[in-house]
Ligand binder design. Structure first.
Ligand code: AMP
Length: 317
């Protein structure tokens, strides 16, 4: 049986379905998770469908999570979207269900679940959920269209990044036909607080770029406090170095309250996810995340970015 049909038949079979996504959710995590939940509710109004995983950190305009007791899992189908590896699943009860499905577009480093559907060529997990709905007897509601559109916009940087294909644009066009207010949604996703805008100024002032385009900036605890920013606010800052001509790949090192650094890595060419994997992380070839235990490891990571940029420049000159 084709995988989409297999997933659809499991959705049909189970009365209770619980859907998870990754920690620190972004629009694609929420879009794919709740977009699927809403499509199942719309198609099968008598099923019990839950979306779980705790606070959504500034994305409340997209969706809110639900709280459910542990025993709900016993007879449930659990679906996890947009999450490459199990430690990153938000709410670790995900594995206590009756049957587990993974749906994701990151490299399949950990093929967990009874069924895993992983498509690294998809721009986003939301695009995959749109395919699942379009190619099975699931139905699209206006709210699902809104959530999936948000997920696609989020993960493609508004159709800017290389993962955007003609299929992505066709799906997005179809989603618009459901009457969603895309301009409003884009505004909600893109709008930043005045504090984040001021910290953008700091980021540009303090970004270091070497001769091969390797760039970094530290956002220390002190700076975050001074600007009134928390970790969740830094998403809007991460793409900013990319618009600078001289920058090829970069890391934004965000110091955490516990003292370690969350490293947010982006690239316009050199593949960075192997580097991320070496430092307790992972992700896409051009957009990854890692963790540095201390400043020393953070500096090592920057040196590795420098080496990648140097090799990339040499092999492309
Ligand atoms: P972020 O910088 O958090 O937006 O992450 C960029 C990409 O890297 C996303 O696709 C994440 O799924 C992935 N990623 C971030 N942190 C980690 C991590 N600790 N482990 C695995 N993948 C990660």
């Amino acid at each position: 049986m084709e995988i989409l049909e297999e997933i659809f038949s499991k959705i049909k079979e189970y009365q209770r379905i619980i859907i998870h996504r990754h920690q620190r959710p972004d629009p694609d995590a929420l879009g794919s998770q709740v977009g699927l939940a809403e499509a199942i509710r719309f198609t099968f109004p008598n099923k019990e469908v839950y979306q779980v995983g705790g606070p959504v950190e500034g994305l409340e305009f997209l969706a809110e999570m639900q709280e459910i007791p542990d025993d709900y899992y016993q007879t449930a189908l659990v679906i996890v979207t947009d999450t490459a590896n199990t430690p990153r699943v938000s709410d670790q009860r995900y594995h206590t269900g009756d049957f587990l499905i993974k749906i994701d577009h990151h490299p399949n480093d950990e093929p967990y679940g009874d069924i895993h559907w992983v498509k690294t060529s998809a721009s986003s997990s939301s695009e995959m959920i749109a395919d699942l709905i379009n190619q099975t007897d699931l139905n699209m509601s206006e709210n699902t269209a809104r959530l999936l559109y948000a997920g696609i916009v989020g993960d493609t940087g508004r159709f800017l990044y290389p993962a955007t294909t003609s299929h992505t644009l066709r799906i997005a066009a179809e989603l618009l036909d459901y009457g969603i207010d895309a301009a409003k949604l884009n505004r909600e996703i893109e709008q930043i607080s005045f504090s984040v805008a001021r910290l953008s100024g700091y980021l540009y002032q303090h970004l270091t770029v070497d001769e091969n385009g390797a760039a970094y900036v530290y956002l220390t605890k002190e700076i975050m406090t001074e600007y009134g920013i928390i970790d969740a606010d830094t998403s809007a800052l991460v793409p900013l170095p990319g618009v600078i001509d001289e920058v090829l790949a970069w890391g934004v090192f965000v110091e955490q309250p516990e003292g370690y650094y969350r490293v947010r890595l982006r690239s316009k060419g050199p593949v960075i996810n192997q580097l991320a994997k070496k430092h307790h992380g992972g992700g896409h070839p051009l957009a990854s995340g890692a963790n540095a235990h201390d400043k020393k490891e953070a500096q090592e990571i920057y040196q590795e970015i420098q080496a990648l940029c140097r090799d990339f420049k040499q092999s492309n000159s």
